[in-house]
Structure formats: structure tokens, C-alpha cells
Design a protein around this ligand. Structure first.
Ligand code: 5GP
Ligand code: ZN
Length: 143
């Protein structure tokens, strides 16, 4: 897609440090890494949202991401890795070509996800949210 920086990276119009490529996905080093070795896995076909990526490609992204995570442990002395995907601006997505972050982690990297654990006010409130989700999945079985 015109004006998409990740489509330009796939086309070779913007340089990148390629880690892996096949017919469906392309993986390259993130220019502003959380930790050194942070890699992005993207579908070759342009999709702004992860929800429209065909299942085979989405599965390949996850598989390649996990393999790169293992390579980060082997090659970069990482102890672990995070797979992270931001879908939508308020989830933190800045580049609107879907991408899976593969972030190498070590015990002393002093990086912390700003994670919180809320509590449903009542069990019924949790049941209601679950029922809404199940209904929404049934209404749109493909997405
Ligand atoms: P997002 O916040 O959308 O999940 O992540 C976008 C990521 O793309 C960021 O981590 C950012 O560092 C990376 N990025 C943005 N522009 C470029 C670029 O031109 N080249 C590379 N290699 N990474 C980029
Ligand atoms: Zn694109």
C-alpha cells in the first residue's frame, strides 16, 4: 500500500535489517528496540488490523515470532521473550500495518509492562461481559 512504511520496507524502498522472510511474512529488527534484538514480524500483504489477516498468514506470524524468540535466547543471551501486538491506536499501534513484536527479555533488563489486574464488581458482571463476547463472536464468525 502506498504511503505505508512497512510496505516500503517489504518492497526494499526503505532499508531494514532482515531476520527472516518467506512467501507470507517478513521479519526485521525494530529501529527503536525495547531490548537489543527486538524484532517485528509482519504479513507481506497489507493489513492495518490483525483481525483481517488470513489464518494461514496469522499462524505463520505467530510461529515465526516464537522461533525468533528462541533464536534471541540462543544468540543474544536472553532468558525469555514477549510476543506483543497492538491493534488500534489507543492500544498503542503507531504503524498501521499489523506487526508482531518479538522482545527478548532477561531478568535484569529493568523493563516492566504496566500491567494491572482489576476486579469485576460482582460475578454477574463478569458473566455478562463473557456472554456479550460469546454473542459477538457468533454474530461475526470470520473475525
Ligand atoms: P507499534 O507502536 O505500532 O506497535 O510499533 C511500531 C514499531 O515500529 C516501533 O517499535 C518502532 O520502533 C518501529 N518502527 C517504526 N518505524 C520503523 C522503521 O522505519 N524501521 C524499523 N525497522 N522499525 C520502525
Ligand atoms: Zn503496509
Amino acid at each position: 500500500m502506498k504511503d505505508c512504511i512497512f510496505c516500503k520496507i517489504i518492497a526494499g524502498e526503505i532499508p531494514s535489517r532482515k531476520i527472516y522472510e518467506d512467501e507470507l511474512v517478513y521479519a526485521f529488527m525494530d529501529i527503536g528496540p525495547i531490548n537489543f534484538g527486538h524484532t517485528l514480524v509482519i504479513p507481506k500483504e497489507h493489513h492495518a488490523s490483525s483481525s483481517t489477516i488470513p489464518e494461514t498468514t496469522a499462524g505463520r506470524m505467530f510461529r515465526v515470532g516464537a522461533r525468533i524468540g528462541v533464536a534471541q535466547k540462543r544468540a543474544l543471551d536472553a532468558d525469555a521473550f514477549n510476543l506483543h501486538l497492538a491493534d488500534g491506536a489507543c492500544a498503542g499501534q503507531v504503524v498501521m500495518h499489523a506487526h508482531l513484536h518479538v522482545v527478548p527479555r532477561s531478568a535484569d533488563d529493568s523493563f516492566h509492562w504496566n500491567w494491572r489486574q482489576l476486579k469485576y464488581e460482582t460475578p454477574a458482571a463478569a458473566d455478562e461481559a463473557a456472554e456479550k463476547l460469546r454473542a459477538a463472536l457468533k454474530l461475526h464468525p470470520d473475525r
